[in-house]
Design a binder for this molecule. Structure first.
Ligand code: NAP
Length: 296
């Protein structure tokens, strides 16, 4: 039986990946921060499942502190990492976590003789090349490629978790689009993306661009959100030029928020359409999300 380490197991994608590895017969170790242990037993904010029953071994450690990671990769055949700080408020930088944190796991993997390292970066990363989030993750990709270990880099478009923001805006009465919303994206559900990640453990492809089964414009996503909640669409297009200026004004005050704002500004002004895969549609996810919200 092959043994896998999942780093990022408490996140949106990591939970589905953990479940998928276990269901395919792997022995599964997860790296978790002590303060996040409860997430293993809970349904996540974007309906990602509890995963306690899919885990063989919980390793408690901080990816940024190598002294807490001793033995993490011992006896492990495959390492998967989706660790990153996109949604985090802790006072750490993309370089601390996305780069050095993942590098710490890579070094332990090399020392322990791990066979393969699977890492999740982003589709169209070159569009974000001036942003710290992309610089840090792509520097890690470069180091991974040069390390000599067998690897796969997964490059997804956007996740259903992020597309939930359109539904939340619709629920509060109005969806705001950057520009006219005519650019296209095929976002992907965590379960569909997990399948691609676990397949990558078993196949030889090293760079895998992937998106969900349906291609939408951002405006269509906004309209879909209103249709699912049964309201007439109220959509406002924010002109790009003043927004760009506003985002630049954030820069001197908060680099982290500047990076995230610029990231979404760039994302909504370009097409993000990668090879289509999976079966989950945004419509079904939105319906499920609403049902879950009403039950709470
Ligand atoms: N969201 C998108 O649309 C999108 C699109 C393309 C690519 N991606 C990439 O995919 C990756 C995974 O996305 P996701 O939505 O699954 O992210 P997520 O839900 O924010 O999960 C991030 C994971 O990283 C862990 N982590 C963060 N800081 C850590 C630290 N200091 N020490 C240990 N663990 C830490 C988190 O643990 P805690 O629970 O302890 O915080 C969590 O398990 C992202 O990093 C992003 O670069 C995302």
């Amino acid at each position: 039986m092959k043994k896998v380490l999942v780093a990022g197991a408490t996140g949106y994608l990591g939970k589905y990946v953990t479940r998928d590895f276990k269901e395919r017969g792997y022995w599964v170790r997860v790296l978790v921060r002590e303060k996040s242990l409860n997430k293993l037993e809970e349904v996540g904010p974007f309906l990602q499942p509890p995963i306690k029953d899919y885990i063989d071994d919980i390793f408690i450690g901080e990816i940024t502190e190598p002294r807490t990671l001793q033995g993490l990769c011992n006896d492990i055949d495959i390492v998967f990492s989706s660790v990153g700080i996109t949604r985090q408020r802790d006072k750490v930088s993309f370089w601390d976590v996305d780069y050095r944190g993942n590098k710490n796991i890579l070094e332990l993997s090399l020392n322990a003789g791990v066979q393969k390292f699977i890492f999740v970066s982003a589709f169209n990363a070159h569009l974000f090349s001036e942003l710290e989030i992309a610089k840090a993750r792509e520097k890690f990709v470069e180091d991974l490629k040069n390390s000599g270990i067998d690897y796969a880099v997964i490059r997804p478009t956007g996740y259903f978790s992020d597309a939930t923001e359109f539904l939340n805006m619709a629920l509060s009465g109005r969806v705001y689009l950057i520009g006219k919303g005519e650019n296209k994206i095929n976002p992907i559900h965590g379960a569909d993306l997990a399948k691609v990640c676990v397949d990558a453990a078993e196949k030889g492809e090293r760079e895998i661009a992937v998106g969900g089964p349906v291609i939408y414009t951002y405006r269509e996503i906004a309209e879909l959100a209103f249709s699912v909640i049964g309201r007439e669409p109220k959509i406002t297009s924010i002109p790009v030029t003043p927004l760009k200026l506003l985002v630049e004004m954030i820069r001197p005050f908060n680099k982290h928020y500047y990076t995230l704002a610029k990231f979404f500004l760039t994302a909504m002004q370009n097409d993000f359409v990668a090879p289509q895969t999976g079966s989950h549609t945004l419509e079904k996810y939105y319906e499920e999300f609403l049902r879950h919200r009403r039950k709470k």
